[in-house]
Design a protein around this ligand. Structure first.
Ligand SMILES: [Zn+2]
Ligand SMILES: [Zn+2]
Length: 388
């Protein structure tokens, strides 16, 4: 019996109310072929020019630090500060803008919503309202003209190009149609919509930059380069990798009919958002992955911790039976034996002898083999966690 996305959607609708994933409208209009000429004529210069400046700044800063071109040494606390601020921004985005405001996969009380709103402001991008609207359209019309970052238009468009060009009319139309009543009724999200620019200036740029200067005597140059060009721009690239890497490369064990994939690299870069084939199949799951703490799922840990004190509640997730049912119907049909990732290290240690022999006989083949192994094992989650 052939199984369609609509069938999958029928099962999914049992447990979701906010979105209607995999409904008949999915793939109703596949993207056309886009030419460079078309893209050039549609560039939004007000977005494109800052994007170029920030990315040139990122490359310049990374080059300077990589080759030690700075005369005054950077303080270790400033390096740690990049990760501390970056983690705060990521939690605000993944647990807040994504899993709470876009998917309503759990409920949060007022103090937690305020905390998430401030953490999200550290990211310094668009408003929660815009984030949630674009993301709902993305899920509903994934990889069609209506998808804001349609991965069918190529890696660079889905990664960052979509922010630099005018939107497709279909995307604008679907964006106006999407139901945003719940976000409009959320006072915290609407406060952030109103004062987003001021909040971004304070929490994304000003505080993270002046704290190292005031509290541990960092130079203004290091504070600006590490917080504005490295943490802000590199952090944005990590989040954008969900739209590019996780829509192009990886395995599809839960739903072989869609392009979003399981991508380990994206999980590492984003703190647990790389189980994208699972997420597009079960978008209302607050974990955004089948098992809670695999693949660096920091946002799930954060939500679970606040659930312990009652600030997060009504955590939604599909039953194991529903997951099995969907996987059986539309999951990957593969004859390739599943890999046991927990035994990955043991397997490679046992193969150490043959690796050494090959490295002596043919270094070039050895390097090629190592590259392929790293590529396979770190970039992609190869299968469902409980199958391993
Ligand atoms: Zn996606
Ligand atoms: Zn999502």
């Amino acid at each position: 019996m052939s199984v369609t996305l609509a069938d999958a959607g029928a099962a999914a609708r049992d447990e979701t109310t906010v979105e209607k994933l995999c409904e008949e409208a999915y793939r109703e209009k596949i993207a056309e072929h886009w030419t460079w000429n078309y893209i050039w004529n549609n560039i939004k210069w007000s977005q494109f020019i800052p994007m170029v400046i920030l990315n040139v700044g990122l490359v310049g800063s990374l080059t300077m630090y990589a080759f030690g071109l700075h005369s005054i040494p950077i303080k270790p606390m400033t390096v740690a500060w990049i990760f501390i601020v970056g983690c705060g921004a990521f939690v605000g985005t993944t647990a807040g803008a994504h899993r709470l405001w876009s998917h309503r996969s759990y409920k949060a009380n007022l103090p937690l919503r305020i905390l998430l709103m401030f953490l999200y402001s550290v990211l310094g991008l668009y408003t929660i309202y815009d984030w949630a609207r674009d993301h709902r359209v993305h899920h509903k019309y994934v990889e069609t003209d209506a998808d804001p970052h349609n991965a069918k238009r190529g890696f660079w468009f889905s990664h960052m190009g979509w922010l630099c060009v005018h939107r497709h009319p279909e995307c604008l139309r679907r964006g106006r149609e999407v139901d945003m009543t719940d976000v409009r009724n959320d006072r915290v999200a609407m406060f952030q919509r109103k004062y987003g620019t001021i909040l971004n200036i304070i929490f994304c740029f000003t505080l993270p930059t002046i704290i190292p200067v005031i509290y541990w005597g960092e130079t203004v140059m290091h504070a600006v380069l590490t917080q504005v060009f490295i943490r802000y721009v590199l952090g944005a690239h990590c989040l954008w990798s969900i739209n590019s890497f996780a829509h192009l490369w990886g395995d599809r064990p839960y739903n072989r009919l869609i392009n979003p994939a399981e991508n380990m690299l994206v999980s590492v870069l984003t703190g647990g958002e790389g189980s994208h084939n699972y997420h597009h199949t079960f978008p209302w799951d607050y974990k955004a992955s089948e098992l809670p703490y695999i693949n660096f799922n920091a946002a799930t840990m954060f939500i679970d911790a606040f659930a312990q004190i009652g600030w997060a509640y009504d955590l939604r997730q599909p039953s194991p039976e529903l997951i099995d049912k969907i996987v059986h119907r539309i999951g990957k049909k593969s004859t390739v034996p599943v890999q046991h990732q927990q035994y990955w290290l043991f397997r490679h240690i046992s193969e150490l002898g043959s690796h050494l022999r090959l490295s002596l006989r043919s270094p070039k083949r050895f390097l090629g083999q190592i590259f392929m192994k790293v590529h396979r094992n770190f970039h992609f989650c190869e299968t469902r966690p409980h199958q391993q």
